[in-house]
Design a protein around this ligand. Structure first.
Ligand code: NOJ
Length: 789
């Protein structure tokens, strides 16, 4: 009753920061869990409490300089609360038996692992999954990963990675959901739901670790680990949104990032880790550092070992992953009165809370169970999901032939098909970056899948290797996780010869499929930043040579980042973006090429014309001198001077955010809006309730069934703080039979319409929103919403 009264009196609402702190994960806040934690804490020595804050990697390493200590010993003394990279029932049970049976207080270990796009069954890389725009698919991937991880003794996954990535020079874009905070937030929630099922105590739930907090994806110049510098509005409105969504969905843990932000390293950043994460968002779980990030604070020049350990702990990093500093410096500093013991208590409390909520005290061990490797059921799921991630970038008609895709029945039944390229028959490459526990031997390549369909009518030539010349030697030596080929010179590939062979192969066929990309383990993922975004090695030359034969060419791109495809877009009639599709790669791609599956993927990331456009994203802020209108997707006009544009390239993306073609066509009627005027106070008052609905009829006007991702964009035209020229605020996957039409509705309320004002409050003001609905960020069916006083 009080609220409407206040509103009538025109009294402003309480800012977000001053509102009651939420409790996003009721299990972590539960009385039962916390009573058990407090009872245990009372019995613990300082050393045992610190032990809960320590994590080491045993087995293989996913970062530099693993500690290599006597883990059995540490565990038995209660000095090691968590481990990573220990995988399998046998290996995890080994340490767990020591922890539970030999340590004084019998506290179980929490085993964490990089389960990024599946565990044993490798799904498409996260950027590809984002191209499905299908939260249900992502939930399924997370669910499958959780079941497989739990069977391997792992109750904690270092996923989802929700960093906004707007610069494909940054190799970790592959682990992200791309450039958009709305899409990223929807998918972040799906990941958390799939892994945790809203109940950490279920035997097949795993705790997530939302990473990398925060803004790691905005590394200056796309160079991994580099500093981040950005205004607080952008930080909150763009970069923090997906983390907030994940925390609101109940995420049990968060991983701090390597980068500094506005001069303060994230791993010692009290503003991020305490003010925002805990005080504003109510996070009750624990924060783990990234690998060695606490020790690396020394390189950030903010103190010596003990100092940086204290700064990290006091800022809110509860667990030190492979930093070796909490274990060696914290207890001493507490004893010397430099760190209050209550700080250690609080960190240990947070870790124990998650262990109790997961049921680890009651069920610490893992039964050796069935091998999960690539069962037919799981492969079927992986294939279906992969099919949804493929994006048809281009499918122009070729004179006298028509569109090349889907491949015609006459070719499928009786003609010769050339398959060319270093991505055509490489099992490892199909899994993509960060497929830590995926086994390449199960991966189906394009060659294998096309052979199943075409038999000896498939002609194959590798054409060239992924890397050529000296690059091959150098890069293979720094291979991530792979063998180090020290000082050994590998034979340098003879590109000219292999390209000539490929040209001959193409000439013998009726159509050529060229499968190109970049080596995922050397050039993508962590420490995989690139200054060039073209195909690696001699692949571009190979493509040009095959196109020069005059044979119709279909290009399949297999890469975990947007590559620069300008030449291809100008010269190749059909281009399919296939990312790194996972264990069922070949089948999924072949199903789309031959039309058994109609592609429905949409880009989660803008594809540049030139690397110099990066960071390139559709939701740009306006400028005072817009080029040719102020929408970033408008081509710049070469005759215009004194406007914000490149003089030697268009401003627009080669393929924009949200883009993706189908084998059918969709038409959009003019959108309608249920209420075109809404009083501002009504929106502020009903924070969770929608205030208006945008509806649109979408029709399949082609001759085959298809799925369209209907997208809704808004622009706030008169805010107190300038707003992006377009922002995604809704989407829906709609499947339509030929000729069928469906009515799609999008609700708009505070969640979709708010922005951060100069006081860092989430708010809505009187304004007019332009609204567009369509099949990409170029959507043109338009309506309007007025927010009145
Ligand atoms: C470093 C990476 O940045 C992070 O994503 C990963 O989870 C940890 N290492 C553990 O492997």
């Amino acid at each position: 009753m009080i609220l409407p009264l206040l509103l009538l009196m025109g009294i402003a609402l309480i800012p977000a920061s001053a509102q009651t702190v939420p409790t996003p994960n009721p299990q972590l806040a539960s009385k039962e869990v916390n009573a058990r934690v407090e009872a245990l804490l009372k019995k613990m020595t300082l050393e045992e409490k610190v032990g809960q804050l320590v994590q080491y990697s045993a087995g293989y390493a996913t970062g530099p300089g693993a500690s290599n200590l006597h883990y059995d010993d540490l565990v038995s003394k209660g000095q090691l609360g968590s481990m990573l990279n220990v995988v399998g029932a046998e290996a995890t049970n080994h340490y767990q038996h020591i922890a539970v049976e030999k340590s004084r207080l019998h506290i179980p270990i929490i085993f964490g692992q990089d389960v990024i796009h599946g565990h044993r069954t490798t799904f498409p890389v996260p950027l590809a999954l984002a191209a499905s725009w299908d939260p249900a698919a992502i939930e399924l991937v997370a669910r499958t990963g959780a079941v497989e991880a739990r069977a391997d003794g792992l109750a904690w996954v270092f996923s989802p990675m929700v960093d906004i990535a707007r610069d494909p020079r940054w190799g970790r874009i592959v682990e992200s959901a791309g450039e958009d905070p709305y899409l990223g937030s929807v998918l972040a929630r799906a990941w958390v739901k799939g892994y945790q099922q809203g109940d950490l105590s279920k035997p097949d739930s795993v705790a997530v670790s939302v990473k990398h907090f925060a803004a790691y994806g905005a590394a200056i110049a796309g160079r991994d680990y580099n500093a981040v510098d950005m205004g607080e509005i952008t930080l909150r409105q763009v970069y923090l949104e997906p983390y907030r969504a994940a925390v609101e969905a109940g995420a049990a843990t968060v991983m701090s990032s390597f980068n500094s932000i506005n001069g303060i390293p994230a791993t010692a950043n009290r503003f991020l880790l305490t003010q925002i994460l805990r005080k504003e968002w109510g996070f009750d779980g624990f924060v783990v550092s990234d690998w060695g990030a606490v020790a690396e604070l020394k390189n950030h020049s903010i103190g010596d070992g003990p100092t940086v350990a204290r700064k990290a702990l006091e800022a809110g990093v509860d667990m030190d992953m492979e930093g070796n500093l909490y274990s060696t410096t914290i207890a001493e500093q507490v004893q010397a009165g430099k760190i209050p013991e209550s700080v250690v208590d609080e960190a240990a409390r947070r870790v124990l809370r998650v262990k109790f909520a997961l049921g680890l005290f009651d069920h610490p061990y893992t039964e050796a169970g069935p091998a999960y490797d690539a069962t037919p059921e799981r492969r079927a799921v992986a294939r279906k999901v992969a099919e949804e991630t493929l994006v048809l970038l281009k499918n122009d008609a070729v004179e006298g032939v028509g569109t090349l895709l889907p491949i015609s029945q006459s070719i499928a039944k009786a003609k010769k098909v050339a398959l060319i390229g270093p991505m055509a028959d490489n099992q490892q490459e199909m899994l993509g970056a960060w497929a830590v526990t995926g086994d390449p031997k199960y991966a189906v390549t394009l060659k294998a899948a096309l052979t199943e369909r075409l038999g000896d009518r498939l002609l194959y030539a590798e054409g060239c290797e992924l890397l050529s010349g000296e690059d091959a030697n150098v890069l293979k030596r720094v291979s991530f996780g792979g063998p180090v080929i020290a000082d050994q010179h590998l034979p340098i590939p003879d590109d000219a010869k292999s390209i000539a062979e490929a040209v001959e192969t193409a000439k013998k066929a009726d159509v050529a499929i060229v499968a190109l990309g970049e080596p995922t383990n050397w050039l993508e993922g962590e420490a995989g930043s690139r200054a060039h975004l073209g195909f690696t090695g001699a692949q571009q030359k190979l493509l040009e040579a095959v196109v020069a034969t005059g044979k119709p060419v279909i290009l399949v791109v297999l890469a975990g980042r947007p590559l620069e495809l300008k030449w291809a877009a100008e010269h190749v009639p059909a281009i399919l973006e296939a990312w790194s599709p996972g264990v069922e790669a070949g089948h999924a791609v072949a199903n789309v090429l031959f039309g058994d599956v109609n592609p429905s993927g949409k880009l989660p990331s803008s594809f540049p014309r030139a690397v110099g456009q990066e960071p390139l994203y559709y939701a740009q802020l306006p400028t005072g001198r817009p080029a040719h209108g102020d929408l970033s997707h408008m081509p710049s006009n070469a005759a215009e001077k004194f406007v914000s544009r490149y003089v030697d390239e268009e401003n627009s993306a080669l393929f924009p955010f949200g883009w993706g073609l189908s084998y059918t066509r969709f038409s959009y009627a003019a959108p309608t809006i249920s209420r075109a005027e809404v009083p501002v106070q009504e929106i502020l008052a009903s924070r969770k309730a929608p205030v208006t609905t945008v509806g649109v009829d979408v029709r399949n006007t082609g001759s085959v069934a298809g799925t369209e991702v209907v997208q809704l964009y808004i622009r706030n035209t008169a805010a107190s703080v300038e707003q992006p020229v377009r922002e995604l605020k809704g989407f829906a996957r709609v499947t339509l039979a030929p000729g069928e039409s469906k009515h799609v509705e999008f609700s708009l309320g505070f969640d979709e319409l708010h922005f951060y004002n100069a006081e860092m409050q989430r708010t809505v003001e009187p304004t007019t929103y332009k609204i567009w609905v369509g099949g990409s960020s170029l959507a043109s069916a338009e309506t309007e919403l007025k927010i009145i006083e």
